[in-house]
Write a protein that binds this ligand. Structure first.
Ligand SMILES: Cc1ncc(C[n+]2csc(CCOP(=O)(O)OP(=O)(O)O)c2C)c(N)n1
Length: 667
């Protein structure tokens, strides 16, 4: 079948050897491969730049893959050179392990390909760089073919690529690299069955899956926290995979040997895809990270001054390249130039755990069902205190939500938690079916919108209300501070208990919250579940009602102060609940502002709170002079802080001031 010719944007292999290289023998002679130690050192250095900027980073995951990635690229590039072709004319390389994409940036910078250099790595995760937290096609098309970040989503896309190879009869070989944590996801499990199944029917091109099995996820060991994945991997053979076991995934020649073998087998017989079951060690190269339960998932160093010792350990005490020393010096100077943080706020997450603990102590049957992010969502404190009321289903958000539905039917009050992006995407059908089953839960969905600045577009939930707010019996809230979280999560648990006990159809309450620090209170009085809060009112000409949701309430406070200094009056409201509009509350305030209204949210404008509020008010007969501020149909990208993304998407305090002036000018 003829396909549409899409212009290729991927960079070809370089004609030169990597800057930091080790010799590697392959079936076709010797090549210079990327030195895995250099990959780990470069990961540490680029991470430190990002950490000093304020971004979280990953070390353990990419370190686990250094030898496998080095061998894979060396082999693929070698063959391309031998055939006088570009590597992408012969292969696809799909990385499902998005948090390890920085290892690939390091590798490509080492090869000085795809426009990368050591200097470019210094911008990792910053707003100005294409090197986003996870791999993103729209930011780095020379280096990324399929975007990643949500675990287990790139694997089934690679299945489609291999089916396309067969349909077009090009028969390029597809490689996909998958983590054991990602193999817990439903999307991944479907593909693990479908790939050999379809291949058996002759519908796939040559396919090689490399599984990095280190029994470690983000928050700890997989088997200790959730359940062993060993039986799942044992089923691969039965499913139809040709399984090659690699015990020593940190031995570069052993990696090259098994990858060559897999490539040859897959090409010889595309009806039998090959899975390399590689035993990796997360955080390899550093004793402390290898031994830590999380494998050093995040970046373990606090100060650039620790880097010489860290990199020496990676090089087992041998002298490392001097160019790293000058980079370290730069980092130390950068660190010294930074003042001490004056941030005095706190995480909204604190209020979440306080509410859950209070509810459980009151005797409510709270059960936490988590999927590997409780440390980030605030639920971890509850889990520490109530381990018997805490379940970990692994990295499986759909399963988490449906498990909660079952618990709810038996009279428990389940609390599920994850990042907003995974809760609303992977949780969408399970939430719908939970409502249809009259089973309810409390959702703690954090890192909402651009609050997950550093992780990049794949992690930035900008459709959370649009995706969940119209499901019957679901109430969606945007939390602004820990005090609000503490009050409302507790009230939601109480309301659910009351609804269950009286045989009423219970509501699910989904709480969307940020990641950064916020004031512990914005001064709202008497928090009541389902009611908007009046935050401030200033007198002045052309008074305008400003409704700023959740994480953006602080931007509202800033804008109101500035408008007050210009003599413009404002009323500032935190909507709190997003999909249930109390028309009389807003109508009363709009009388004072002669219908002037500006809304602000970290959500797509389409399907967002602003649209819902305006619709409710207009259909109730109110006339408005209105501006709704939200994201205008674009994806985000990485940035060190949410503020940079709020500014670039026109949803910060300055945009709010401009929007207010616009509304004031309307006749
Ligand atoms: C769908 C989805 N859920 C949650 C996360 C957050 N997350 C990032 S890495 C990670 C776990 C890492 O474990 P694993 O996938 O086994 O990788 P490794 O430990 O080998 O680095 C999690 C839960 C995510 N990226 N995608």
């Amino acid at each position: 079948m003829n396909t549409i010719q899409i212009p290729n944007r991927l960079a070809s292999q370089p004609s030169h050897d990597p800057q930091f290289a080790v010799p590697l023998k392959t079936g076709h002679g010797q090549v210079q491969a990327c030195d895995p130690r250099a990959s780990r050192a470069l990961i540490s250095l680029m991470d430190m730049n990002a950490v000093l900027g304020g971004a979280a980073c990953h070390f353990g995951g990419p370190s686990a893959l250094a030898e496998l990635m080095s061998a894979l690229h060396a082999l693929v590039f070698q063959e391309a050179r031998m055939q006088n072709k570009s590597w992408f004319d012969l292969f696809h390389i799909v990385n499902d392990i998005g948090h390890a994409e920085n290892g690939l940036y390091a590798l490509k910078a080492n090869y000085q390909m795809a426009g990368l250099s050591l200097d470019k790595l210094k911008q990792f995760r910053s707003f100005d760089s294409g090197l986003t937290g996870h791999g993103e096609v729209h930011c780095f098309p020379e280096g990324v073919f399929l975007s990643n970040g949500p675990l287990g989503s790139a694997l089934p896309q690679s299945q489609g690529v291999a089916i396309g190879e067969k349909l077009s009869e090009k028969m390029r070989t597809t490689f996909c690299v998958l983590s054991d944590g990602a193999a817990m996801e439903g999307e991944a499990k479907e593909a693990l069955a479908a790939i050999p199944g379809l291949a058996h029917k002759g519908q796939m091109g040559p396919y090689v899956l490399i599984i990095s099995d280190n029994n470690t996820k983000l928050s700890g060991r997989i088997d200790d926290d959730s359940f062993s994945m060993a039986p799942t991997f044992e089923t691969l053979k039965t499913l139809g995979w040709d399984v090659l076991f690699l015990e020593k995934a940190h031995d570069l020649p052993a990696c090259a040997e098994v990858i060559s073998q897999a490539m040859a087998k897959a090409r010889m017989n595309p009806t039998k895809p090959v899975a390399i079951h590689a035993k990796t060690i997360k955080g390899f190269g550093i004793k402390k990270t290898m031994e830590s339960a999380s494998g050093g998932h995040g970046f373990p160093l606090k100060s650039a001054r620790e880097l010489p010792e860290f990199i020496s350990e990676i090089y087992s005490g041998e002298k490392y390249p001097t160019v790293f020393d000058s980079w370290i010096e730069e980092l130390i100077a950068l660190e010294s130039s930074k003042g001490k943080s004056t941030d005095t706020g706190e995480k909204i997450q604190k209020g979440v755990s306080q509410a859950m603990i209070r509810a459980a102590e009151k005797g409510l049957p709270i059960v936490s069902v988590t999927s590997d992010l409780p440390g980030s969502t605030g639920v971890a404190e509850f889990r520490k205190k109530f381990p018997k009321q805490s379940i970990d289903v692994g990295i499986a958000e759909s399963n988490m939500v449906s498990t909660a539905a079952g618990l709810s039917k038996l009279g428990f009050i389940p609390v599920v938690d994850t990042f907003a992006q995974f809760g609303v995407t992977k949780g969408a059908l399970p939430l719908t079916m939970a409502s249809l089953s009259e089973a309810a839960m409390i959702g703690i969905f954090s890192h909402t919108g651009f609050q997950d600045a550093a992780d990049g577009a794949s992690h930035q939930a900008l459709t959370y209300l649009a995706m969940t707010g119209s499901i019957p019996h679901v109430k969606a809230y945007a939390l602004s501070c820990s005090e609000e979280a503490n009050a409302l999560v507790f009230q939601a648990a109480e309301l659910m208990a009351e609804q269950l006990a009286s045989g009423k159809t219970p509501y699910s309450h989904l709480f969307f919250l940020g990641r950064e620090n916020f004031p512990s209170s914005f001064g709202a009085k008497n928090y009541k579940l389902g009611q908007a809060q009046l935050i401030s009112e200033t007198e002045g000409k052309t008074k305008t009602l400003i409704v700023a949701a959740g994480s953006l309430l602080g931007e509202g406070v800033k804008a109101c102060a500035e408008l007050a200094s210009e003599g413009i009056g404002t009323i500032l409201v935190n909507p709190s609940i997003l999909n249930q509009i109390d028309v009389s509350f807003y109508a009363e305030l709009l009388q004072k502002t002669e219908g002037r209204l500006v809304t602000l949210e970290d959500h797509q404008e389409i399907g967002g709170f602003g649209q819902q509020l305006v619709h409710a008010l207009v259909t109730a007969g109110h006339s408005l002079k209105v501006k709704t501020l939200g994201v205008k149909g674009l994806f985000g990208r990485s940035a060190y802080s949410a503020g940079e993304l709020y500014w670039s998407h026109g949803i910060d305090s300055s945009a709010l001031i401009k929007g207010t002036r616009h509304v004031i000018a309307l006749r």
